[in-house]
Write a protein that binds this ligand. Structure first.
Ligand code: G3P
Ligand code: MG
Length: 257
């Protein structure tokens, strides 16, 4: 039985809202979905924040690396205007704020650990420790009144970050992000004690999907913005997809496809 959602909104709500913002999570809810992937990195003072790029300039104005700025500075930055002026009030969220919003609205989380180069171990460890802390708080008496959300899934292109997350908090599951599946994928998954591969559909072949499934691992594919492609990947045995376009699919797409 597949324990994770089949359709996961990419970077918050894909291309339907400014990526990795609370507005994106509202957009997920408006479409009747309850699953989001988002990217987490550390500020210069070691606080996890929700951002995709290690350099400023694309979704937030400014120059330099995100690690040149404190969390206080980053979370004051406008992360919505680049997408549309109606989103100009959106700020860079810190991970705690993002996590709490997801938990309160029962949005399943795929937390992509996205270290600024040079901070791989620290990012994996801190994100894992913070996640455990947030979960423990939510589960505490008198704090959490909704359904306790299923555990988040960590993913990363950085083996070092995933290994650090595993050492810090082994009970939170991990998926290895790959652009293509290498020869030694089984060895990599074993080392990380990972539950799944997240891979681009672009170079994926059906026999690779079969091999991953046969070995007992999950297989997520990114970033699938086309219904015919999603149906094809499903017939290959892919378990779940990330999409920028949840509006194309509908929450029960996978069951009906
Ligand atoms: O997890 C799939 C996807 O998020 C990986 O690529 O660059 O969008 O973080 P990216
Ligand atoms: Mg990502």
């Amino acid at each position: 039985m597949w324990p994770y959602p089949r359709l996961v909104a990419h970077r918050g709500c894909g291309t339907l809202a400014p990526e990795n913002t609370i507005a994106a999570l509202r957009c997920v809810l408006e479409h009747g979905f309850r699953a989001a992937e988002f990217d987490v990195m550390l500020s210069g003072d070691g606080i996890p924040v929700v951002l995709h790029d290690p350099e400023l300039g694309r979704t937030v104005k400014g120059k330099g690396r995100t690690s040149d700025y404190s969390a206080r500075q980053l979370t004051a930055m406008d992360a919505g205007s680049w997408f549309g002026k109606e989103f100009s009030g959106e700020r860079v969220p810190d991970y705690e704020q993002f996590f709490r919003f997801c938990a309160e609205h029962a949005i399943w989380m795929n937390v992509e650990i996205k270290p600024v180069p040079g901070f791989e171990e620290q990012t994996g460890r801190v994100v894992a420790q913070c996640t455990k802390h947030f979960l423990d708080e939510l589960r505490g008496p008198g704090i959490w009144h909704g359904d306790v959300a299923a555990l988040p899934l960590f993913s990363s292109f950085s083996v070092e970050a995933l290994m650090a997350a595993k050492l810090a908090v082994p009970e939170i599951p991990r998926a290895l992000l790959l652009r293509a599946i290498p020869e030694n994928w089984q060895e990599m998954l074993r080392q990380l004690d990972a539950v799944a591969i997240d891979v681009s559909y672009r170079q994926l072949r059906p026999e690779q999907v079969q091999a991953v499934k046969l070995a007992g691992y999950g297989l997520f594919c990114y970033t699938v913005n086309d219904i015919a492609l999603a149906k094809k990947l499903k017939t290959w045995g892919v378990d779940a997809i990330y999409t920028d376009r949840i509006d194309l699919f509908g929450p029960d797409f996978w069951e009906l496809a």
